[in-house]
Design a binder for this molecule. Structure first.
Ligand SMILES: Cc1cc2nc3c(=O)[nH]c(=O)nc-3n(C[C@H](O)[C@H](O)[C@H](O)COP(=O)(O)OP(=O)(O)OC[C@H]3O[C@@H](n4cnc5c(N)ncnc54)[C@H](O)[C@@H]3O)c2cc1C
Ligand code: FES
Length: 276
């Protein structure tokens, strides 16, 4: 793990809320694995006081193919993400990482199905590249509110990833939520054909994906997005309830035990409701 004052190489605005920020951070790029994150401080002063977590989106490479930096896919929702949206080439951004437990990358003959909701696409660019390097057949299920919020489709197509997209307003792909086509495909797939699900997105989507994976008895790794104060295990702002033996539960800090966790080890809210 390293802490660098990374300079902004480029800031590509994708929409009125989404941008991709390229940062010169070769040491982080060399060490990062798919699913890991960085803690970023956007601005010099006390507002914001704390760093914010962001998935490593892409590993940037120089002409010699050596890792030279990382990019961040950011959605503007508050003070830090607004600063990242407005960042200019040459600005310095404090960047600590890589942090957290990455995805476990599978090998053939198992297939990989990645399920992304909105900005939850972020950890899947590097995961798709790792899967491709291992010749794992991959599908991306990608849901957003509207067509204008679906990004990097060609990037995934060029990696040979099959795409299934949904939009809530029906402007591209099937109308509705991404878990609907996921469930149909799971229902029609032979139980004997090995498969790993990987999911990242809003809490409700993760819970629905985990529930569907458990219904069809499929392994599922989820990248959870808790509010993180430190990213290093010190503040306990990021805890997630996990099952314990004999029906109890305990908490883990998702910044160090995650952000990637095994779906059926989490105690989901809907299960608490079911148990009553
Ligand atoms: C491991 C991890 C990886 C992440 N990767 C990305 C990424 O690649 N791209 C990206 O755009 N975002 C990502 N996020 C979410 C990102 O950290 C938050 O959007 C960011 O902290 C918001 O900071 P802000 O100062 O702009 O908003 P704030 O002003 O701090 O918050 C604005 C509003 O959003 C809520 N909020 C803040 N953080 C979260 C959160 N994690 N989950 C739900 N609500 C939240 C706040 O309660 C508040 O209501 C990730 C989060 C985690 C934990
Ligand atoms: S973010 Fe501080 S303990 Fe996890």
């Amino acid at each position: 793990m390293v802490d660098v004052a990374a300079h902004v190489i480029a800031n590509r605005l994708l929409s009125s809320d989404y941008n991709v920020l390229a940062l010169a951070a070769s040491a982080i790029a060399e060490a990062a694995a798919p699913g890991q994150f960085v803690m970023i401080k956007a601005g010099d002063g006390c507002d914001p006081l704390l760093r914010r977590p962001f998935s490593v989106f892409e590993i940037l490479r120089g002409a010699d193919r050596a890792p030279s930096g990382i990019s961040i896919l950011s959605k503007r929702i508050g003070v830090s993400t607004s600063r990242l949206y407005e960042a200019r080439q040459g600005d310095r951004i404090a960047c600590l990482g890589p942090l957290g437990r990455p995805f476990t990358v599978i090998d053939p003959p198992a297939e990989a199905w990645m399920i992304a909701g909105g900005v939850g696409l972020a950890p899947f660019a590097t995961l798709a590249q790792s899967l491709r390097a291992r010749a794992v057949k991959s599908t991306l299920f990608y849901g957003a509110r509207r067509a204008g919020e679906l990004f990097y489709l060609d990037f995934f197509r060029e990696l040979g990833v099959d795409l299934v997209v949904t939009t809530e307003d029906g402007s591209l792909g099937e109308r509705g939520r991404i878990v609907a086509p996921l469930e149909r495909r799971l229902a029609s797939r032979a139980p004997s054909s090995p498969l790993m699900l990987y999911a990242c997105g809003p809490e409700g989507m993760l819970a629905a994906t985990a529930r569907t994976a458990m219904k069809y008895d499929r392994p599922c790794q989820v990248s959870v997005e808790r509010i993180m104060g430190c990213g290093l295990g010190g503040c306990y702002s990021c805890v997630v309830p996990m099952r314990s033996e004999h029906g109890g539960f305990h908490h883990v800090r998702s910044c160090i035990s995650g952000p990637v966790l095994t779906a059926n080890e989490i105690l989901w809210e809907w299960e608490v409701g079911v148990k009553g």
